[in-house]
Design a protein around this ligand. Structure first.
Ligand code: FPP
Length: 248
């Protein structure tokens, strides 16, 4: 792989990149190892991609680390992933601070184990004043859960007279999502050769550019992110308009 970084136009960076990290299990299986071995190695890709995003000057990076549906995996794997999350957040907090990275999370925290929530909240608090990259971990997250919750919250606020039903706009709905105040991702990446969205940021990716790569997540390194950004920059984003309207 070669020098995609040099081809990046720093004037036209996406402000928000979202990634569906996939393929840890297959990566491990190819080597005759347990799935958790793949997740453990996936952490180094998380580190590489976070570092590369901060260095480039991206403002937001969202990583799909654990979906609502992932609760249905074998208990051993779920427990291993939770342990890995605690260890990683604890080990990486000083590095996040050093690199001016702010941590946030989105998802149903009520389903997360208490020790994970505690560690996560501690890291969010410690990094809250950092002004560089915002790293958003989607944990126990799914879009349908988020949209259902937003709908319930809107209905409750109407019932209590906090808002009127005539005030419902796209903007208001966005403000009831977990991603309130976060711009929609311009670029969504999925690794491991799967062409699915898997219940991730359905509201927010209405106009995102989608990028799929066969690279398995533990093999995904800085150059792979640069390559995705170069590819993104080669596209014409029309938002429903014609090419002529965009280029006039
Ligand atoms: C998908 O691979 C990956 C996950 C469900 C978990 C992602 C977790 C990490 C990369 C490690 C921890 C993350 C952080 C943020 C510290 P898969 O298991 O679905 O792979 P497969 O499709 O090959 O089975």
């Amino acid at each position: 792989m070669n020098n995609f970084k040099e081809q990046i136009n720093l004037e036209n960076l996406p402000s928000h990149v979202a990634i569906i990290m996939d393929g840890n299990g297959r990566w491990a299986k190819k080597q005759g190892k347990l799935r958790l071995f793949g997740h453990n190695n996936g952490v180094s890709s998380v580190r590489a991609v976070t570092e590369a995003s901060a260095e480039l000057g991206l403002k937001y990076l969202t990583l799909y680390a654990f979906s609502t549906e992932n609760w249905n995996r074998p208990q051993d794997e779920v427990n291993g992933l939770m342990k890995l999350l605690i260890q990683t957040i604890e080990a990486e907090t000083p590095t996040l601070n050093k690199n001016n990275v702010r941590l946030l999370s989105i998802g149903d925290s009520s389903r997360m184990p208490e020790d994970v929530n505690k560690r996560l909240q501690a890291c969010i608090k410690t990094t809250e004043n950092n002004t560089g990259l915002t790293l958003i971990l989607a944990l126990s997250y799914s879009s349908r859960w988020e949209i259902t919750k937003a709908t319930q919250d809107i209905a409750n606020d109407i019932a209590q007279g906090i808002i009127k039903k005539e005030e419902i706009t796209e903007e208001l709905i966005s403000n009831y999502m977990c991603t309130k105040n976060i711009p929609d991702p311009e670029l969504l990446i999925r690794t491991s050769g799967e062409y699915r969205i898997s219940n991730f940021l359905l509201w927010q990716i209405a106009y995102s550019e989608l990028y799929f790569t066969d690279v398995l997540w533990p093999d995904f390194q800085k150059e792979d992110l640069y390559k995705a950004i170069v590819n993104y920059q080669s596209r014409e984003r029309r938002f429903g308009k014609t090419s002529e309207q965009i280029n006039k």
